[in-house]
Each structure stands twice: as structure tokens, then as C-alpha cells.
Unconditional design. Sequence first.
Length: 207
Amino acid sequence: MIAEFMLVFVALPVAFAFVHVPGGPIPVLLLLTIAVVFYVRRARDFDRADLWRASALRPALPSILRLWAIAAIAAVAAVFVFDREHLFDLPRHNPALWVLIVIAYPVVSVYPQELLFRAFLLHRYARLFRGERTAAAASAVSFGLAHLLFGNPVAVILTLLGGWLFARRYQQTRSLLTVCVEHAAYGLLIFTVGLGRYFYHGTNFAS
């Protein structure tokens, strides 16, 4: 099982960062999502209610919104100070693309990622880690490694932090819906304030 974890969550994303794959990361992510869906349907000890559990969203919202508000202020301030020309560049210069991202991103990107890096990883490999915090750290590191393909440290650092937050939220709520709402909120913040260019396939560390 250790070899399987290292292959799927370490070797594969690192290799993907150095090998050009036609179509970018989304097709690969969707293929992995299909495999994970088959897994959770067959795993007898997996609680399928964890894939939604809408009742957990409302109690978690105050905490989610407080953290998001702090992050939003920090993100706007950082872009304003260090990269002012890109502040709100996507909604200002390409509003149609921004609207498309707002609509498609939660479905096409967020839910598959959370299914793979939270629901699947934290269940499948639970026995490899001592305690929830260690498992959350493994989820966060794996999530960060998966973003090496964007070729810049900003994407890796932000997803490392986000991966920890989302893993802990999932462990606390057992609700993939709740985690997806939080993930989508941060992702859309990134694409709105002017950090989205760090999450386009093909950028490099010099950007």
C-alpha cells in the first residue's frame, strides 16, 4: 500500500510536472476520478454519506467565511502591493472567461480533486498514518505536489496550505460538499484577484 501511495500521489504528479501531456491535467484528473468512484462504490467500509452530507455545511459556514475573508483581504493587498497591474485582471479584461470559470471550476476541477485528495486518500491510506494530523499533512503535501505541473512556487505553496485546510475540514465534517464549497471559494478568489496566472498550465518559476 505504501508503494501504491507513492506511485499515485508522489511519482505520478512529479512525472506529470516534467512530461507534456496533451490536454493538460484535467483529462487525467477526470480519469482518476472515475477510478475513485469505482473504488468508493466497492469499498464496504467507506461511508458514502461522506460524499455529500449537506447537513454539515451550515454549521461550518461561519468558520469558512471568517478564514476566507482574512485570505481575501490578504490576497488583494498582496497583489496590490507586489503585482498591481494584474489586480482583478481576469474579470476586468476577460469577463466571459471569468464567468465560465465561476460556473465550471467547482464541478470540473474542485469536486474531482476533493474526491481524490480527501475522500479517497484519507480513507484508502488511513492505516499508513498515525493520527488525523499526519494524514492531513500527507493529503496537503500530495495536493501541493500535484500542482508542480504549473511550474511556479506560488501554486505549490498556496495548494499546500489549502490542502491542509481542506483535509482538516473534511476530517471534522465528514462532508465532501462542505470541503468543495470552501475549496471553490478559495479557487475563485485566486482567479478573481489576479493570482490565476499561477494556476495556468505552462507557467514557470520565473513568472
